[in-house]
Ligand binder design. Structure first.
Ligand SMILES: Nc1nc2c(c(=O)[nH]1)N[C@H]1C(S)=C(S)[C@@H](COP(=O)(O)OP(=O)(O)OC[C@H]3O[C@@H](n4cnc5c(=O)[nH]c(N)nc54)[C@H](O)[C@@H]3O)O[C@H]1N2
Ligand SMILES: Nc1nc2c(c(=O)[nH]1)N[C@H]1C(S)=C(S)[C@@H](COP(=O)(O)OP(=O)(O)OC[C@H]3O[C@@H](n4cnc5c(=O)[nH]c(N)nc54)[C@H](O)[C@@H]3O)O[C@H]1N2
Ligand SMILES: [Mo]
Length: 768
């Protein structure tokens, strides 16, 4: 029997509850964390740092298993400070695993690297800020600094961060979005005039069909499962397109439903489930459109009502004829071979689509981390425009965002390509000139650091070293910096890659109270549905030496900018002063302070949902793209002669026990994996062809157009229900395989879901 035969038959349920309790106990402060959970995502509580899914304020509990893990991870009783860093040199810490580093506890005091002793040592806050100011002011150009943001920073902190960066003189704002939903933002801005999803949470109650593409909500957005479950119960047809059979998309048991909690019963989620090849979604969607357009022709000829919404297209859209011509030219054989699905399967999906009045399409990393991601998302927009599935109740486009405030960060101006309107508004509010050139995204920032063109790296959260592609390249890039500043809650590898100077600046987490002179502060965040609301920490900070992210950013600005137009201390004293400035510079924030006092916050609005298209010709755009000629692995197979071995396409994905680069545990319950992260999921037939059996160790080597060798080893073979030719393994362990230049067209996002690789059976055992 293969291990895959032991997979769970449902997600959620009692196992979810057990896992929640286990992680709460592991935090060593169960009482605090139970209190935290009761208030998470509630009106007077804090916004769960787990994900960006929204909340409708119904029901008693607003957290999920994986939100509980995120909270318990942050709110631990262990701290690390002077004694810890005196004991461990940086070289010694570098030898530890990522898991070990994060589990030592919360960073509890500011630290500066001493290159003579190779240890981090305590530093006072003013000294730390002065060192940053010195490095920044010594640069020959402001564009030699990189200001990275991970998506957890509040609106207030991120607004100040970009304000400071731009007053300093640069648009270099690489951020986690560059590795995440960048393709969604790019494609949506181009086609519908706004780079955000058009739906709100209530739309899920009104949809007749929901198409879920390349997303694993059972693990990464468990609160989305409530919306899918209740939709399915009402008869809404959920159609999943996923390279893997993810159990939560098949059967889900709500931990809040006593019957589903305590018995084997569960709700069937997907009405139909398709498993396209990696990168095959654009072809699959094209096939759906082809089916719809062909059926439309037949309906027209028979004098029946049209299937497409001609009036909507005529009134709102541009470029339909060109698009229809490209669809007509796309052959079914190309669609079938590229998608890995049969015409019959695609027609089945198209029929659900055509027979539903209101359709929502959701997606995440399975669509965004490919070379042709922008074109794929444009194809999804094409599909939705055909039947007017934007701008009405129960319908729309829903890129499901990752980090809890990643969308808010962009709204606040964390963007290397700010719009001219944004820059104009900042210039008129600050009465200063703003940098006009395009800044660096993550890709360009790493390149600039690597060739020593950029010299200072400041990271507002995150773990760039492990999150970015091509680990060896990325590590070298960070090591080349002259100053590496990490504003963080926990120790990770990004703190340990040091060129000359480095600082660790420990900050408050979401769960902690933020005391300033005017009293306890609230911060605000924006969820995936453009809802902005307040978040209040509930527990006392774990150390007296912590500053809030907002205070750290304001202090860096105060120390660096000479003759600043702002009194940065006033922003620290009362965050309402920052909100006033946001209100005057960013559209949608009128009466900001008043609106966040209302339960649930306020809706920022979405022009496309109002059928207003902020594109160059004020119309929604059909995009007439051809399908890619070849996907990455096929292209490499035909150009790389040395690769006589079989080429596979590998996707790197998340287990159930991790938050991006933070590993909570070694299990992936829904995929039947325990105590292991170096697992390679492979189709049994492929494995046998390669003479591999379960538990064999393999090394994986990626193939690229350059001459670098990128290999990871000691991965255990696991048979899995995955299309032939495709493989899956966890991120970040597989990041060394993603070539730095393997990026999405126009998005620059690493192609983390399409890595061409070969396999080699190992004869040696693992060295532990
Ligand atoms: N617990 C937890 N929650 C999280 C995170 C976390 O790490 N842990 N991370 C947060 C962040 S930043 C993000 S961006 C989101 C990520 O949320 P997801 O996008 O759900 O994350 P991944 O694990 O990368 O999953 C990708 C899914 O797409 C499928 N897939 C991969 N390639 C393809 C493809 O080519 N086509 C199709 N159809 N399917 C494909 C995979 O099988 C998998 O189910 O989650 C957020 N929430
Ligand atoms: N191969 C591969 N690579 C990927 C992906 C993939 O699917 N495959 N996914 C990509 C995606 S979608 C994303 S979003 C990126 C994630 O990239 P990042 O956002 O850079 O990475 P995280 O792992 O979320 O960052 C974790 C660290 O953030 C810090 N932290 C946590 N909470 C806070 C806080 O409240 N404040 C501050 N200041 N710091 C905090 C902690 O020190 C922790 O160690 O990775 C990308 N990389
Ligand atoms: Mo993400």
């Amino acid at each position: 029997m293969s291990k895959a035969d032991n997979l769970p038959t449902k997600a959620g349920g009692i196992d979810s509850l057990k896992s929640t309790l286990k992680h709460i106990l592991k935090s060593q402060q169960p009482q605090t964390n139970l209190k935290n959970l009761l208030i998470a995502n509630k009106d007077k509580g804090f916004d769960c740092p787990g994900c960006a899914w929204g909340d409708n304020q119904h029901g008693f509990l607003h957290f999920c298993e994986n939100g509980a893990k995120a909270i318990a991870w942050e709110s631990t009783s262990k701290t690390i400070g002077e004694a810890f860093f005196a004991k461990h040199s940086v070289s010694a810490l570098l030898k530890q695993s990522d898991y070990w580093l994060e589990y030592q506890g919360r960073l509890a005091q500011p630290l500066k690297y001493n290159s003579k002793s190779d240890h981090y040592e305590p530093v006072s806050w003013p000294e730390a800020f002065a060192l940053i100011a010195k490095h920044l002011n010594d640069l020959s150009s402001p564009d030699e600094a990189e200001f990275y943001t991970s998506g957890r920073a509040s609106n207030e902190a991120s607004f100040l961060y970009q304000l400071f960066g731009r007053l300093f003189g640069t648009n270099n704002f690489p951020d986690c979005s560059n590795m995440c939903h960048e393709a969604s933002g790019f494609a949506l801005t181009k086609t519908i005039g706004i780079g955000k999803g058009t739906v709100v949470l209530d739309d899920f109650d009104e949809a007749d069909a929901i198409f879920v593409f390349g997303q694993n909500p059972g693990t990464n957005h468990p609160r989305m499962m409530n919306a899918l479950r209740s939709a399915a119960k009402k008869g809404c047809k959920i159609v999943s397109f996923n390279n893997l059979k993810e159990v939560a998309l098949e059967r889900f048991a709500s931990p809040q439903d006593p019957l589903e909690l305590l018995t084997p019963s569960a709700t069937k989620i997907s009405h139909a489930y398709f498993t396209p090849k990696l990168g095959g979604d654009m072809a699959a969607i094209r096939g759906m459109v082809k089916t719809i357009l062909d059926a439309n022709k037949i309906a027209l000829a028979a004098g029946k009502p049209q299937i497409i919404k001609q009036e909507f297209i005529d009134l709102h859209c541009d470029n339909f004829a060109e698009y229809a011509a490209v669809v007509a030219q796309t052959s079914w054989s190309k669609i079938e071979s590229q998608s890995g699905l049969t015409q019959a399967e695609i027609e089945q999906a198209a029929h659900v689509y055509m027979n539903s009045d209101n359709v929502i399409c959701t997606w995440a990393m399975g669509l965004t981390q490919h070379k042709h991601s922008v074109a794929t998302i444009e194809e999804l927009v094409n599909l939705q425009l055909l039947r007017g599935n934007i701008g009405k109740k129960g319908a729309g486009l829903c890129p499901v965002r990752g980090h809890s405030n990643v969308q808010g960060n962009r709204t606040m101006g964390i963007n290397e390509k700010p719009t001219p309107q944004f820059l104009q508004s900042m210039a008129s509010v600050t009465k200063q000139t703003m940098p006009q050139n395009t800044g660096h995204n993550v890709y360009h920032a790493l390149k600039a650091l690597c060739n020593k063109q950029s010299k200072v790296l400041i990271c507002l959260g995150g773990n760039l070293a492990q999150a970015a592609a091509d680990t060896e390249y990325t590590h070298q890039a960070i090591k080349n910096s002259e100053l590496n500043v990490q504003i963080s809650t926990k120790l990770n590898r990004s703190h340990l890659l040091i060129g000359k100077d480095a600082l660790i600046l420990p900050c408050l987490g979401r769960t902690e109270k933020d005391h300033q002179v005017s009293g306890e502060q609230v911060i605000t965040v924006e969820d995936t549905f453009s809802m902005v609301h307040a978040s209040r920490g509930q527990v006392e900070p774990i150390s007296n030496h912590l500053l809030s992210e907002t205070a750290i950013v304001a202090n860096i600005a105060q120390a660096t900018l000479k003759n600043s137009v702002y009194n940065w201390q006033s922003f620290i004293d009362d965050y309402a002063n920052i909100r006033l400035l946001i209100e005057s510079s960013i559209p949608g924030f009128k009466d900001f302070e008043e609106k966040i006092r209302k339960p649930g916050g306020f809706y920022l609005g979405n022009s496309a949902a109002q059928l207003q298209w902020q594109t160059s010709n004020k119309k929604a755009q059909f995009s007439a793209n051809n399908l890619p000629d070849k996907l990455i692995a096929e292209q490499l197979a035909s150009t790389k002669s040395e690769s006589r071995k079989e080429l596979f396409t590998l996707q790197s994905l998340r287990s159930h026990d991790q938050y991006n680069t933070t590993i909570y545990g070694m299990n992936d319950r829904y995929r039947g994996v325990s105590n292991e992260r170096k697992v390679l999921f492979i189709n049994e037939k492929d494995a046998k062809k390669q003479k591999l059996k379960e538990d064999d160790l393999v090394s994986i080597t990626s193939i690229w157009f350059d001459n670098e060798t990128r290999t990871v080893s000691d991965f255990k073979v696991r048979y899995y229900d995955i299309p032939k030719g495709n493989l899956a393994a966890y991120y970040p362990e597989t990041n060394p395989l993603v070539p730095i230049d393997s990026i999405g067209d126009n998005s620059y996002t690493p192609t983390s879901k399409a890595i061409a690789v070969t396999l080699e059976k190992q004869t040696n055992q693992r060295i532990i």
